[in-house]
Design a protein around this ligand. Sequence first.
Ligand code: ZN
Length: 265
Amino acid sequence: MAPPRTYRCEAIILGYTPLGEADLLVTMYTRDQGKVRAVGKGARRSSSKLVGHLEPLTVVKMSLAHGRNMDVISQAEVTQSFAELKEDLTAITKGQYLAELVDGFGAEANPNPGLFQLMIDCLRVIEATKGRESESASDMPLRFFEFHLLQVSGLMPELYNCVECRQELEPDAHRFSPNVGGTLCLDCSPDDAHLRPLSLRALKVLRLLDRSGIVEACKLPVDAGLADELKSLLSNTVAYWLGKEIRSNSFLERLHKESQPEVYI
Ligand SMILES: [Zn+2]
């Protein structure tokens, strides 16, 4: 039986680039299909019914038509605009960081509803707390996002036992490396360029991020030194995996394209 010609989906717009005279090539993350790239025909014309519906960091319900190479957006309805977030440059920048990570980690034709919901939850908290967080706590929604991005991607770091000797970790300073999968006790010294110190209080926050919801996590008291350690540790861990993921994603995408006999939009 032939697959249906059109489908509906709920999507977060991650970004777009101009295409041809008046079209947009839109990258979005959908709840049920994973990452989707689709064409908004005529979307750059002021008369288009798609104008204002395809802005980055907007949640939309849309109808798409399957194309040979690229799907085409036929209808879009905004369900969550994050208009207040978009009034604040710092909040926009945080949202763009989330969008870049979802673009990098999200794969086409590989749905991950947990990742979709994680991005929406984090955008909501960034919007609700914009402009009124303390300096050091203001990035906790990003740390929560990075941590749970690893979790929903199956890359959750080990936080309770040494990844080498499997001994339960004592309440002490330890070391951490994304390359070996998480935390190491002080007795284990693998030759690993990614190995870094991990303070006891940073380990405690990581364990709390594991157990907490985002609202609770963003209320944790975090001073500037701890905020810097968490930022360095989590953003470097995400970047470590992103380097690998981007290569595998683009390889899969190339394979997918090469399996299409004809290429047109
Ligand atoms: Zn060990």
